[in-house]
Design a protein around this ligand. Structure first.
Ligand SMILES: N=c1c2ncn([C@@H]3O[C@H](COP(=O)(O)OP(=O)(O)OP(=O)(O)O)[C@@H](O)[C@H]3O)c2ncn1[C@@H]1O[C@H](COP(=O)(O)O)[C@@H](O)[C@H]1O
Length: 115
């Protein structure tokens, strides 16, 4: 899969999730996302915590198929959160692009000293 396909998948999914917002007429009877969004942020934030924990367990068990599936669940629920807060996956990709080539060690060393 080339990078353009990857970002197109995220953009299409984000468009779908936005259409599930209560303000956009999302129907909880026919859509899992609309049902989740209708419950308010606590519901999808709880799911993000659960999916992150399930990913940790899959990684600890070293089961590649489950690691991929749980990461997809975590990404999906994170995209639901982005939609709720009016944010787009393109903004996350831009942030990752901004960080490209900047070592985490160098970035941490550049932070203002707090002690
Ligand atoms: N990518 C996903 C996706 N990934 C995971 N899920 C759902 O996320 C839910 C939570 O997963 P769990 O394994 O925790 O299942 P669960 O224990 O039954 O969940 P809960 O009842 O506890 O919430 C399941 O119902 C999954 O089907 C998804 N639901 C939808 N999508 C995408 O979102 C689009 C819109 O979906 P709807 O809004 O349902 O039309 C779909 O076409 C897909 O592209």
């Amino acid at each position: 899969m080339n990078p353009a396909d990857t970002s197109a998948i995220l953009a299409r999914l984000a468009d779908t999730l936005e259409s599930r917002l209560p303000a956009k007429g999302g129907d909880p009877a026919s859509s899992y996302t609309a049902k989740l969004l209708a419950k308010g942020p606590d519901a999808f934030l709880k799911k993000i915590g659960e999916e992150a924990t399930e990913l940790v367990m899959a990684a600890k068990d070293n089961t590649p198929d489950r690691i991929v599936a749980e990461t997809a669940d975590l990404w999906f629920h994170s995209l639901v959160a982005l939609a709720y807060y009016g944010l787009r996956p393109e903004q996350v990709l831009a942030e990752l692009a901004r960080r490209e080539g900047v070592s985490g060690l160098a970035e941490k060393a550049s932070r203002p000293q707090t002690d």
